[in-house]
Ligand binder design. Structure first.
Ligand SMILES: Nc1ncnc2c1ncn2[C@@H]1O[C@H](COP(=O)(O)OP(=O)(O)O)[C@@H](O)[C@H]1O
Ligand SMILES: [Mg+2]
Length: 359
């Protein structure tokens, strides 16, 4: 239902200077903040552009500026539950108002007047799942460099939340669907509905132990009901890397009821298909390690990704046909091919460099 409105011949993310983005954010910061209690009447909602678990998103404008408005579903009759939702909404707004980062959707303000509870933010063109659908449908060509840019942007956003922001924030719902893209393919993390400011206990473990997230992206320690910390986001990030390289949702054929047991007890993970460059496959594996302590912090992930650029690895031409083919076969065959072909992987090169930045 979401349409990606990407420009013909759009520039690749690697050409998008971080400084440029940062300057833009600062400018917005200085000139465009609507406040936490903006009147709903002053918003003009245009078309619907998305729908998630917690709200419906509209393209809108306010004071002549194009914005995105997420209207939160508050369709519960139970007064206590409703009060809880209003509280959660307040938390999401507070968290978003603290955040300034080029790879995180910029918060402009909120509406907090019953029955309207809205988040007003920077308008993007679509989400990463939209892009992956275009790729799997062979509607566009791309090199891994563009996907590397998305991986790098998401890692940078998480590193900021975990270590560079004043208070440590765990996102708790990292997945491709919550990564938005601008028309220049800059990746922006969104959806802070499940995020929590960390109340750190001893050993850097968050004290709260509530279930959270979307099952396929949820770390084993959450399924086991154990204490957790920011490493749950690192785990989800590993699954997002897999999405980026396989163009499909993880565990599509798995029984959702059995999945948590398989992930937590049998160490089940998505199969590493042979078309995935070895270094990225290795990165996925350390990110989704069963023991949170074995997972890298996001600054380490950023260093690893930077090393790929030094060696030119992120620019590897990968056979998109092969990648799309593996998305179409069954999970069992996928696994079999993986173990057969992974041995002495020969990464096929098929995409012409001149196609790399045109969508
Ligand atoms: N700022 C935005 N610009 C463009 N599209 C957006 C924006 N925010 C959300 N969307 C679209 O709406 C979808 C749902 O938004 P999200 O904030 O993730 O809501 P939910 O909490 O319900 O999952 C996203 O996956 C994306 O496709
Ligand atoms: Mg979402």
């Amino acid at each position: 239902m979401h349409t990606l409105r990407l420009k013909e011949g759009g520039v690749g993310v690697e050409e998008e200077g971080e400084e440029g983005e940062r300057r833009m954010s600062l400018q917005i910061d200085g000139t465009f903040f609507l406040g936490l209690s903006f009147p709903f009447d002053l918003l003009t909602l245009d078309s619907n552009i998305g729908k998630g678990t917690f709200g419906e998103v509209f393209k809108a404008h306010v004071h002549g500026k194009r914005v995105a408005v997420k209207q939160i579903f508050m369709n519960v009759t139970d007064a206590e539950e409703r009060a809880e939702m209003v509280k959660d909404f307040g938390k999401e707004c507070r968290i978003m108002s603290m955040i300034r980062h080029p790879n995180i959707v910029q918060f402009f303000g909120s509406v907090q007047e019953a029955p309207n509870f809205c988040i007003i933010s920077e308008l993007c063109e679509g989400n990463v799942v939209d892009l992956l659908n275009l790729l799997s449908g062979r509607k566009i060509n791309v090199t891994w460099r563009l996907l590397w840019g998305i991986a790098n942007g998401a890692a940078s956003a998480l590193n900021y939340l975990h270590f560079e922001n004043e208070t440590q924030i765990i996102h708790r719902d990292v997945k491709a669907e919550n990564l938005l893209l601008t028309e220049k393919f800059v990746c922006k993390l969104t959806d802070f509905g499940l995020s929590r400011v960390v109340d750190v206990g001893k050993n850097n473990q968050a004290k709260h132990m509530t279930m959270c997230g979307t099952p396929s992206w949820v770390a084993p320690e959450i399924f086991k009901g154990e204490a957790y910390n920011q490493k749950i986001d690192v785990y989800s990030y590993g699954i997002v890397l897999w999405e980026l390289f396989c163009f499909r949702k993880p565990y599509k054929d798995e029984d959702p009821v059995k999945l948590p047991y398989k992930v937590a007890l049998d160490n089940k993970r998505p199969p590493l298909a042979p078309h995935i460059p070895q270094k990225f496959a290795a990165l996925m594996e350390i990110c989704w390690a069963a023991d949170p302590k074995s997972r890298p912090e996001m600054d380490e992930v950023l260093r690893i990704l930077q090393d790929f650029t030094k060696s030119g690895e992120e620019g590897l031409n990968v056979d998109l046909d092969a990648a799309v083919d593996v998305t179409k076969i069954s999970n069992d065959l996928y696994k079999m091919k993986t173990s057969e072909l992974r041995n002495g992987t020969n990464i096929p090169g098929a995409i012409e460099e001149e196609n790399s930045e045109s969508f």
